[in-house]
Design a protein around this ligand. Structure first.
Ligand code: ADP
Length: 256
């Protein structure tokens, strides 16, 4: 537990640092982008200048995508939490993943009956699950099983979670697994073992930031040669949040 706390504190410190940098950087990119738009307007006559400006704009767009991910990790992202129904989300997701991950990977999704809705940003929640599923696929180059499930969890006395009702989303694979030195750092931004051009090392850090900002918990269990299980614990939507009609509408619209 001490080790876990130290780990969380280290990630917190890292989040504050990267969040500050990303925020300032984002402001600079906004200025650059505004100026490029001005140039775009009168550079249109000269095709060469137009191409230079367009190329700079693309770089700025990449830069903003990067800062958005970092802001996600540092929990400075603007989230719009709503009531999301786990069983509908998982049904959509497993259909989509079954179609896109290829024949080598068997996707299985299961839900315990009558799960309550969670209170989370629907788009970010779906993006987080997709992120975990794509990591699982990368960990199974020769195929395997991807098991996505959801179950209820009651927390009585808060350790790192406030007492209350939660839903646990679990994403497990039968892939290569992680040695301890990788699993210890997997949530850090820019930590990747995937080699240049392949991994950004921002996937799990974004998921971590999203889950923490949503009042939940992210855990990881992994064994080399056996597989990995990552669990997102998210709070259940309270009665104060939304009415039942909106609940079902949000859950079925998924990511927007
Ligand atoms: P990226 O996928 O860009 O490398 P992530 O933050 O998503 O960045 O993951 C960080 C590292 O954690 C990966 O490079 C990999 O070493 C390890 N990892 C993540 N998910 C899994 C998994 N399901 N199985 C094995 N290793 C994983």
């Amino acid at each position: 537990a001490d080790e876990q706390l130290a780990h969380a504190q280290r990630l917190d410190a890292l989040g504050q640092l990267t969040g500050g940098i990303a925020h300032d950087f984002n402001n600079l990119l906004t200025i650059i982008s505004g100026n490029l738009q001005l140039l775009e307007m009168d550079g249109a006559k000269d095709p060469e200048t137009a191409e230079v400006v367009a190329s700079a704009s693309r770089a700025v767009e990449r830069g903003s995508a990067l800062t958005r991910k970092l802001l996600g990790f540092s929990r400075r992202q603007r989230l719009t939490p709503r009531a999301v129904r786990p069983e509908l989300l998982l049904a959509d997701l497993s259909d989509m993943l079954g179609r896109t991950l290829g024949e080598q990977i068997r996707v299985m999704a299961s839900c315990t009956d009558a799960l309550p809705a969670v209170f989370a940003d629907p788009g970010e929640l779906e993006a987080a699950l997709i992120n975990l599923a794509l990591n699982a696929r990368d960990a199974m180059p020769n195929g395997g099983k991807l098991i996505i499930s959801a179950r209820a969890l009651e927390v009585q006395t808060g350790e790192d979670l406030a007492p209350g009702s939660y839903v646990v989303f679990s994403v497990a694979d039968t892939g290569v697994g992680m040695p301890p030195e990788v699993s210890a750092r997997a949530f850090e931004p820019f930590f990747t073992t995937k080699g240049p051009g392949k991994g950004s090392g921002l996937g799990l850090s974004m998921v971590y930031g999203f889950v923490k900002q949503s009042g939940g918990r992210l855990t990881l269990e992994s064994e080399v040669g056996a597989g990995t299980r990552i669990e997102m614990v998210l709070p259940v939507a309270g009665a104060e949040v939304v009415g039942p009609t909106e609940t079902s509408a949000v859950a079925s619209s998924g990511a927007s």
